[in-house]
Design a protein around this ligand. Structure first.
Ligand code: AHR
Length: 606
């Protein structure tokens, strides 16, 4: 392998590595969004109220039902009605919430809770709130709320644990000790969150994302943007403001979204991890082959996208910028990219060309600097960027690492908005990580044209029923989380990205050997990424020309004994990057890569 250190070939996009996200696999509810109460707005199914159980301790007698006639807001017009026929201090009645596969509790921790309630003219209260261990029934934290009135009102409380064992095998109860009727809605409980945000995110997952040094976040989807049907699309206006004003909505991934992580929370997530938003706007197509015709029918959707952009970037003197300020964020956000729709190549009506052009003209007229991403090539107008998606087997990626080598540099830029090697479940195995790493070498080499790239899906809740799509980057349950081998490959590539590619050539390269060479021109540091996807170790003789290198470098290596090896929720650290010093660096380097390995060599120029 010959590397010409003094011959930069092209720029590496500073936004190459980022994140793609949507509500899938319980990514937000039961995932990143730290809410602990599942079905907090008491959405019923045909026969019961999922995730809620009636509590009748001892001789208590009660029934729970959904009252469609009263709720705390227009958005939440129904509530849970608890009719208590018999109860006293020793025999309380109430309801229990099981959480998202448990209620994760840690020692000496304060949990912030709230609920909306009203009662009938008989006093059923006070309401006792408790966190209870499932097995022992032990009360791990408790408090009471008195003075519930006959009008809807929000009540807040805190629950503090003592020196308990960390566990998710707990539940939440709300009980009363007197006969009468109590109505409840929007029962919420939050642990400490990342950067202490109210209504915020899980700390462990945010830290895992932070370690990927993502440059951008593409949201809110994915299929989640489109919905199965037009009325089930992502309606951003219904996801902002107080939680009580968010009606929630059905998602295409077979569960309902609380919309607690709404548009502003997406933007604050970007702010917290210093990512730029890549805002996908609904473009008039939903997945059951429903589309809106370009022209006047589409006008309201285009206006909705304009309003959404104004919510993101507008000053407080604009209509939607003022709403954002009222929602708690006066400062506008920076926005460079807007994506028009998602995977519109599935729209068999062929309407995307016209729909994209209509959005493009109107948005560009108001925001000429915005880069507008098309989800599939269009003919009537030249898109700024086209979004390509790849879900493949490792072999397909090995055979296609040169995919973008010949792409026309005068055409639209490329956003590889979703890609993954789909081998392994729920999270990718090492064979998949090898496919991913090989593919990333090709994207990096072509990152003059590929402005951004994101693996998808990002998250999976590994509990039974938590996964709708196999092979996801990061797995978790209520208490714990882990990175897959593919996650660590991403961390390594994004950690050592550089700003220019260098001229290089590989002669007599062995089987399934892939590489990418970049340089940080400011720090004068080379990053050589090597991928050996074969079952045998391989030696690479590297020759550096045009500059002298320091005699030692840094080696980061991710290795496994076989392609099926992986990380799991119980064994999260089977495969993690290992750092060591690389000796004997000179104008040449004789480097042996173990079988099945992904490596970064960080080499300083002298
Ligand atoms: O990442 C899972 C799904 O794959 C996305 O929602 C969709 O855009 C793609 O088909």
């Amino acid at each position: 392998l010959t590397i010409q250190v003094d011959k930069p070939v092209s720029k590496v996009s500073p936004t190459l590595y980022g994140l793609m996200t949507e509500e899938i696999n319980f990514s937000y509810d039961g995932g990143l969004y730290a809410e602990m109460v599942r079905n907090r707005t008491f959405r019923p199914n045909r026969s019961n109220v999922p995730n809620w159980i009636l509590v009748e301790d001892g001789s208590a007698q009660a029934r729970m039902s959904i009252d469609q006639g009263t709720g705390p807001s227009e958005a939440l017009p129904h509530s849970l009605r608890l009719d208590v026929a018999r109860a006293d201090e020793s025999n309380p009645a109430g309801v229990l919430n099981e959480g998202y596969w448990g209620m994760p509790l840690r020692p000496n921790t304060t949990y912030q809770g709230s609920f909306y309630a009203k009662e009938d003219s008989t006093v059923v209260g006070p309401v006792t709130i408790g966190l209870i261990a499932n097995q022992s029934g032990k009360v791990l934290a408790t408090t009471t709320i008195s003075g519930v009135t006959t009008d809807w009102k929000q009540y807040t409380f805190t629950l503090k644990t003592a020196a308990i064992e960390p566990s998710a095998a707990n539940h939440l109860v709300l009980t009363v000790a007197h006969p009468g009727a109590l109505w409840l809605s929007l029962v919420s409980l939050f642990p400490p969150t990342y950067r202490d945000r109210v209504n915020g995110n899980r700390i462990d997952l945010m830290e895992k994302l932070g370690a990927m040094h993502p440059a951008f976040l593409r949201f809110p989807g994915g299929n989640y943007l489109e919905g199965d049907h037009i009325p089930e699309r992502y309606e951003w206006k219904k996801t902002i403001g107080p939680l009580v004003d968010r009606p929630t909505h059905p998602s295409p991934w077979r569960y309902h979204s609380s919309d607690g992580l709404g548009l502003l929370e997406f933007l604050e997530w970007c702010e917290d991890l210093k990512m730029q938003p890549v805002l996908a706007v609904y473009a008039g197509y939903s997945m059951a082959q429903e589309h809106v015709n370009p022209g006047t029918d589409l006008d309201p959707y285009v206006q909705d996208a304009l309003d959404e952009i104004e919510y993101v970037v507008g000053g407080t003197d604009t209509k939607w910028g003022a709403v954002r300020a009222k929602n708690g964020h006066p400062e506008p956000f920076q926005l460079n990219y807007v994506e028009i729709g998602n995977e519109d190549f599935f729209d068999r009506s062929g309407s995307y060309d016209g729909r994209y052009a209509q959005f493009y003209k109107v948005i560009k007229a108001k925001y000429p600097d915005l880069q507008l991403i098309a989800t599939t090539p269009v003919k009537s107008i030249r898109p700024d960027v086209v979004d390509d998606h790849y879900y493949r087997r490792a072999t397909e990626f090995f055979n296609d690492t040169t995919h973008y080598d010949k792409t026309d540099r005068t055409g639209p830029k490329i956003f590889v908005g979703e890609w993954a090697t789909r081998e392994g479940s729920p999270t990718p195995n090492f064979g998949a990580a090898l496919g991913d790493a090989a593919w990333m070498t090709g994207m990096e080499r072509n990152s003059d044209i590929i402005v951004m790239a994101a693996y998808a899906p990002l998250f999976v809740n590994v509990n039974p029923g938590g996964m709708q799509w196999e092979t996801d980057l990061i797995g978790y349950d209520a208490m714990r989380s882990y990175g897959s081998p593919s996650y660590y490959a991403q961390v390594m590539f994004a950690d050592y990205v550089g700003d220019e590619t260098l001229a290089s050539s590989l002669e007599n390269g062995g089987p399934k050997l892939f590489y990418s060479i970049t340089r940080d021109s400011k720090d004068k540091r080379l990053y050589l990424k090597l991928v050996n996807a074969s079952s045998k170790s391989q030696t690479v003789d590297i020759k550096f020309s045009g500059a002298n290198l320091a005699s030692t470098g840094k080696l980061v290596s991710l290795e496994a004994h076989d392609t099926q090896a992986t990380n799991t929720i119980d064994q999260p650290n089977n495969i993690v990057p290992v750092e060591s010093t690389l000796p004997n660096v000179g104008s040449t380097l004789h480097h042996t890569m173990p079988a099945y390995s992904i490596q970064v060599l960080s080499l300083d120029q002298r």
